[in-house]
Design a protein around this ligand. Structure first.
Ligand code: TMP
Length: 194
């Protein structure tokens, strides 16, 4: 079973992924971008914000994704794979960027992944109020400085991307306490032994 945890900054993805890893000790815990040797280098380039071309940035994320699918996902499809972001983020961020057509975004992502998509998307969803509260409590990085409107647009785009990719979407209220969120994810994961 291959699942992805998606959500905007401060939604609590990392916390949930580390909680899930204790319930699935044999699972492959992975992420995009940056899970492979090449991916780590791509991640540094792409998050350094030095790319001038939005297309170049999109293609770097795609290169990371192609490597991730071939090295990590495809060989482990018989195991439980829990990924921090996936093609769903890839499509969502590109949709918001607005530089590339929806058709091309979908087509190129299918090309990069060989059509290997997660079975389920768990979206940790924040309200505007909670997002603004959480942002006010921390030192903001580059993406977070774009503000709550931008992040809420991304959140909507994550939902749209799941539909466009035809992946089952499970929306989880990320304002709940950690344990409740973990339980809701566990309840929606198919078979703990696969
Ligand atoms: P993170 O690993 O801390 O979540 O950071 C990854 C950043 O890259 C995050 O801001 C989302 C962004 N991103 C894209 O813009 N496109 C993509 O395809 C992916 C996977 C992530």
């Amino acid at each position: 079973m291959y699942i992805t945890i998606e959500g905007i900054d401060t939604a609590g993805k990392s916390t949930q992924i580390s909680a899930l890893s204790s319930y699935y000790p044999d699972a492959i815990i992975t992420k995009e971008p940056g899970a492979t040797a090449i991916g780590k280098e791509i991640r540094e380039i792409v998050l350094s914000a030095k790319t001038q071309s939005k297309k170049a940035e999109f293609l770097l994320f795609l290169a990371d994704r192609a490597e991730h699918i071939e090295e990590v996902i495809q060989p482990n499809l018989h195991k439980t794979i829990i990924s921090d972001r996936s093609v769903v983020s890839g499509v969502a961020y590109a949709l918001i960027q607005g530089e590339i057509s929806e058709t091309a975004i979908l087509h190129l992502n299918r090309f990069a992944t060989n059509g290997i998509y997660p079975e389920k998307v768990f979206l940790l969803k924040l309200t505007k109020e909670e997002l603004e509260f959480r942002l006010s409590q921390k030192k903001l990085d580059g993406i977070e400085l774009r503000g709550s409107e931008y992040l809420l647009n991304i959140q909507e785009a994550l939902i749209k991307a799941s539909h466009l990719l035809n992946i089952e979407l499970i929306e989880i209220d990320a304002t709940q306490d950690r344990e409740t969120i973990t339980k809701q994810i566990l309840n929606n994961m198919k078979d703990r032994n696969d």
